[in-house]
Design a protein around this ligand. Sequence first.
Ligand code: HEM
Length: 329
Amino acid sequence: MTTNADTRRVLTDTDSFVFPVDVSRRATTGAQPVLPRLRPDQVARGLATFGSELALACAAWEGGAEAEAMTVLRAPVARSTTDAVLGPLATRDRDRVAELVLAWVDSLGPVIAADRPPARWSRVRRAERRARQGLEGALADLHVERPPVAAVELAAGVQVPIAAGAWLLVLLAEHPEAAELAREHGLAAEVAWEVLRLRPPTWVSARMTTRDVTVGEGRVPAHAVVLVSPLLLGLDDAHVPPGTSHPEEFDPARWSGTDVRPGAWLPFGAGPHACPGRSLGLAQLTALARWALGRRVTLVTPARIDQTRGIFPSPARLRCLPGPSPVEE
Ligand code: HEM
């Protein structure tokens, strides 16, 4: 799908377009549960945790040591999302669940990256099953309702924001002039949106048609795979403010002083299965941007795109030094 309208149609018409597989590449059975959006109090709790955990995780790194972008953000994001979705929890329980979520997310990596869905008794599938059961068991012990659903919600809310945050650090490091401009004008939210435009971690999503359907000008037969891509839409002139730099440029300032609201490229999806954690994801990214703009983050070697599960930067070795001044709220 190459337009906002056709993409919305695919994501919204859930009778005609269904998920072909679930998060661990098993064939889906029946309608997928629709999750409620995180409430403002959940977002506020997750954001508070993100701030304190980011400060902790980065204390050593800020002295000039090298760190991998995806690693630095693991604990802050996992604990923040766990607190938002399940909290308030005792710190020990929260940290244990966050660790188990990360373990499941890690075990899903080779399942998602494999050319074909791995067989039921393959080594990677068994490891993934063990990790998932460990997480679901811990959730049941905490009396969380519907542990399998909560486990998916947590996993979806950890891997993607870690990747988005890693891209944020990388793009700021790659574009010191844009970073300086953003710092001077306090454009943290604009940085977050520009990162989600140029490097949406979920760069492509698939649906399968249940019947012959007409979308826009074209006919799609039943049982065909349809792809939607926020990455593709975000590079379209139609989705950036007119008169601003080329859509391929990283230019957070394009979003300041304009009536055009960011997001027409649908980085959080649309319809009943749009991201229920979008307010938290955006809040985490904006807080990270504010933190990074107050420092000098540099790349040790050029970062590369890994597209084995969504897109994330790897390797992306960064160094962080004190910056000129903190960024205003
Ligand atoms: C920057 C951060 C994030 C981005 C870019 C993002 C992006 C997305 C996108 C594009 C989808 C839809 C995928 C599709 O339609 O195939 C989605 C779904 C989802 N997201 Fe997020 N997300 C983010 C953060 C979060 C957070 C913090 C949570 C925490 C609860 C979360 C939980 C979920 C869940 C559970 C789904 C599946 C919804 C469903 O299938 O009904 N996400 N996300």
